[in-house]
Ligand binder design. Structure first.
Ligand code: CO
Length: 203
């Protein structure tokens, strides 16, 4: 018996229950995907995109990495954004961070974690930019505020990406949102940093 057999069993039960509720579900989805949303979130196991917004397969195009960072030289996230915007024509790009993010907390400290330190540098850069505001806060609040500031910075990075700028130049109405999720109560909060046109990108 394979050690992960229980996951295959769980999958079979799930697929069966979906088909019972909606017999055409899988055959319909297998023909095409047409999601309205691109979700850029943290890899944290407690922040699963579809679950938080109660949407089934087929509704959310998802990219996750440690601390939901959008780096202009990261071919992975750039390819996801390009495909989502140009091919799937999503209407909304949601950057969703979460309070208590381990990646953000690690970036705020001095401890070394090896390779990932290089990835976390991007967050350290955001923290340095907001040093005055962050220094005034107690430690716990500082990390949570930094989780919010990180989302805002990444929203700006999405909006500044060549793909999104080109989409807006071509009249696309795609908008970019910044949200944060509270692991402690399961509630999402809109950080109200939505941008929907090139003129709105803050510099
Ligand atoms: Co996280």
């Amino acid at each position: 018996m394979k050690r992960l057999d229980y996951l295959f069993e769980a999958n079979k039960a799930w697929a069966t229950s979906v088909k019972e509720r909606d017999p055409e579900f899988f055959s319909r989805l297998s023909k095409q995907q047409a999601p309205d949303y691109l979700w850029i979130g943290c890899s944290d196991s407690r922040v699963p995109a579809n679950t938080l917004v109660d949407l089934p397969p087929g509704e959310v195009f998802v990219h996750r990495n440690i601390a939901n960072v959008v780096v202009h030289t990261d071919l992975n996230v750039l390819s996801v954004i390009q495909y989502a915007v140009e091919v799937l024509k999503v209407k909304h790009i949601i950057v969703c961070g979460h309070y208590g993010c381990g990646g953000v907390a690690a970036a705020m400290g001095d401890e070394s974690f090896g390779l990932i330190d290089n990835w976390l540098r991007h967050i350290k850069d955001v923290a340095r930019f907001h040093k005055d505001e962050l220094d005034k806060l107690p430690h716990a609040e500082r990390i949570d505020r930094m989780c919010e500031l990180n989302v805002m910075a990444q929203v700006n990075n999405v909006a500044e990406s060549s793909v999104v700028k080109a989409a807006w130049a071509n009249g696309s109405d795609v908008s970019v949102h910044g949200w944060i999720y509270d692991i402690g109560n399961g509630v999402l909060k809109d950080l109200n940093v939505c941008v929907s046109g090139q003129c709105e990108v803050s510099r």
